[in-house]
Design a protein around this ligand. Structure first.
Ligand SMILES: Cc1cc2nc3c(=O)[nH]c(=O)nc-3n(C[C@H](O)[C@H](O)[C@H](O)COP(=O)(O)OP(=O)(O)OC[C@H]3O[C@@H](n4cnc5c(N)ncnc54)[C@H](O)[C@@H]3O)c2cc1C
Length: 264
């Protein structure tokens, strides 16, 4: 690990000021991804700005047809929250499947979204639920936020404060876990919105989260969706592209079956 200075922010403004003051600094939330990256020298920072105790990043509020979840909310808190379970059961289900109990106790929504790992779970929910990422500087629609592998629309000095999700009529998530890490080898989030629009978002299968529009159309028309095309999907030591395409199709069936059985 390279040497760095640790700064614990007392408020959102101070955190933002420090990030601007030190161009080589990074915010630290749960540390589940950032700390191992620093340890293995995959990342280098001059300062770590700890945002883990900021009250501005906490809380879950139901606001009409939306649910606002603070960026600092831990995966276990999202999974267990009564409002999330009532309004967005698919999101609670997703958060409860992230990693293991230790990761869920430390990792945060904001850290996961900012990191945009192509095999992370939350990005699928944000895309399917037409979410908006609220930062300390602006609001960014999920469709414009995820730019590709580990890349987002965030500026270096920009902090995620919360995510605002649209509350759909129904939602569900199905994931095929990597047996060692728990990350998604294919994860499919399905949502039927209040206006009847269907959304199907896939994570884990490609170099970034994406909407599977053929499956959305088939679902809306009550048809069986065809198989996901495998060209362009991830092809690595964990799984070839054809297998990932197959897994995504199976996860879609499982997510839709959960809706049909009204389990969620
Ligand atoms: C063993 C293991 C298994 C895992 N399994 C899964 C899994 O199955 N599914 C899954 O989705 N994830 C998984 N993860 C990742 C986990 O969900 C982490 O919580 C997540 O990747 C990062 O969240 P964090 O709060 O720890 O962020 P950190 O590690 O602290 O930060 C990650 C990145 O986000 C930035 N950041 C943090 N907070 C903010 C903010 N508010 N605004 C702007 N930038 C910010 C940091 O600067 C850093 O670049 C796993 C991790 C481990 C170690």
């Amino acid at each position: 690990m390279h040497a760095f200075e640790y700064l614990r922010a007392g408020g959102l403004k101070q955190a933002g000021d420090w990030l601007r003051q030190h161009p080589e600094s990074r915010p630290l939330a749960g540390g589940m991804t950032l700390v191992p990256s620093l340890k293995h020298r995959l990342a280098q920072v001059s300062h770590l700005v700890d945002v883990g105790r900021l009250t501005e990043l906490r809380g879950i509020d139901s606001q009409g047809q939306t649910l606002r979840v603070g960026a600092g909310m831990r995966h276990a808190e999202v999974a267990e929250d009564a409002q999330v379970r009532q309004h967005l059961p698919g999101l609670a289900q997703l958060a409860g499947q992230i990693g293991d109990p230790q990761v869920r106790a430390r990792g945060t929504l904001g850290g996961s979204v900012a990191n945009n790992d192509p095999v992370a779970d939350y990005p699928a929910a944000l895309l399917a639920l037409d979410a908006v990422v609220i930062t300390d500087q602006r609001e960014i629609a999920a469709a414009d936020f995820f730019l590709g592998m580990f890349s987002t629309a965030l500026q270096a000095d920009e902090l995620i404060v919360a995510v605002r999700f649209q509350v759909p009529r129904r939602s569900a998530y199905a994931k095929f876990r990597h047996p060692a890490s728990g990350y998604a080898m294919a994860g499919v989030f399905v949502a039927e919105h209040a206006d009847g629009q269907r959304r199907v978002a896939v994570t884990g299968a490609a170099d970034g989260v994406f909407r599977w529009s053929e499956a959305e159309q088939a679902w809306a028309q009550g048809r069986q969706p065809g198989a996901l095309r495998h060209d362009g999907l991830l092809d690595d030591i964990h799984a070839p592209a054809r297998y990932r395409a197959h897994l995504a199709s199976v996860m879609l069936q499982q997510a839709l079956a959960q809706l049909a059985a009204e389990k969620v």
